[in-house]
Design a protein around this ligand. Structure first.
Ligand code: SAM
Length: 339
């Protein structure tokens, strides 16, 4: 495959990519908004929506544990059951929830003690999500935000109830952990600062490793691997896919969001112009790094087609491989499972 660096060795490519992301780490998030006109948020939300079932399932398990111990949740009709979880509705619901007066609920300290056995079960459940090439943590933060939302809302008899903050605090420690893994420490430093500001650092383990060699992650230990806008930068995609497959638990899922070449003839010229002319200039003005963004634009145009990536995943033993494209086929989300 042509990765845009045919004449350089793998080592040099990996160093170049490392320097590139170090150069832009501080401006990376703002550049994403500018380059995509904010649309990258929709793409990432879509990726995280793919985890809804998983997050709901685990938050419900946790609710049941809590429920069994007669931890009181407050029945409150806050949400219509028929809605979909889109960003707008989610925010409106959050506002509604925040407006509920916590004071009206009485919390009994004894109610919220889990038995040792239950605590161990939860601790040993080892639910883990790995966000590979996680960079500044954008995907991880979105997953945590959604998870917390599901945890705070409890569905019973077709009614959504709200678990108040005092009870929630007692068992948030059982929330599955997220591992954000990236080869670049500078990108992760930016993410760590943001995580501290958001108070999300307690849920995240930051791991400075290469996707091609996830040496500190055990075989069959991860439930879900997410990978957003990272795969086209990998020096050895095949090695990375083998590693992803190795660390996933049987039944585990791999979700990959990546740019692809648009197939619509009408969009192609404008898109190519935008990538080759506008992106490098934007990179120069905002991140003072024209070359980095020139590379990013080139790498998008030389990356695999969605079909090729799907085939590659299939060749690396993933099953039920599917993909969906968005925004005139500019990006694709691939999904595959480990047997
Ligand atoms: N996932 C984040 C997002 O969607 O905003 C960051 C994506 S950023 C375009 C690509 C990231 O991939 C960078 O942080 C870079 O350091 C990381 N990366 C590149 N090659 C890598 C590798 N071989 N292993 C792990 N991370 C890598």
């Amino acid at each position: 495959y042509n990765f845009g660096f045919q004449k350089v060795t793998e080592n040099i490519k990996s160093k170049l990519i490392h320097n590139l992301f170090s150069n832009v780490s501080n401006k990376y998030d703002i550049m994403n908004d500018l380059m995509s006109l904010g649309i990258h948020r929709i793409w990432k939300t879509q990726l995280v929506n793919e985890l809804d079932l998983y997050l709901k399932y685990h938050s419900q398990n946790l609710h049941e544990e809590v429920y069994k111990n007669e931890i009181l949740i407050k029945e409150q009709e806050v949400i219509d059951t028929s809605h979909k979880y889109d960003e707008k509705v989610l925010n409106e619901e959050k506002e509604q929830i925040n407006s509920i007066d916590n004071e009206q609920y009485e919390t009994n300290e004894e109610d919220i003690c889990l038995t040792m056995e239950q605590k161990n079960n939860l601790n040993n459940s080892n639910n883990k999500i790995l966000d590979l090439a996680g960079g500044t943590g954008d995907i991880a933060f979105r997953i945590i935000e959604k998870y917390i939302y599901f945890l705070k809302i409890y569905k019973t008899n077709n009614t959504y109830c709200y678990i108040d903050d005092i009870i929630y605090k007692k068992y948030e420690q059982y929330i599955p952990r997220l591992i954000v893994c990236d080869i670049n420490k500078d990108m992760m430093e930016v993410g760590k600062k943001r995580a501290i500001e958001l108070d999300y650092n307690k849920y995240i383990m930051w791991l400075n490793d290469s996707a091609e060699n996830l040496k500190s992650i055990k075989t069959n230990s991860i439930d879900i691997v997410t990978l957003s806008f990272g795969i086209r930068n990998f020096t050895d995609i095949s090695k990375a896919l083998k590693e992803i497959y190795r660390v996933l638990k049987p039944g585990g899922r791999f979700l990959c969001l990546e740019f692809c070449k648009p197939t619509y003839e009408i969009v192609k010229p404008a898109y190519t112009f935008y990538l080759n002319q506008c992106i490098p200039i934007l990179g120069m003005i905002v991140a003072n790094s024209k070359d980095s963004y020139k590379y990013l634009a080139e790498s998008i145009q030389t990356f695999l087609t969605p079909e090729e990536l799907a085939r590659l995943m299939f060749e690396h033993k993933f099953i039920n491989v599917t993909y969906t494209t968005m925004t005139f086929d500019v990006v694709a989300i691939h999904s595959g499972y480990k047997l």
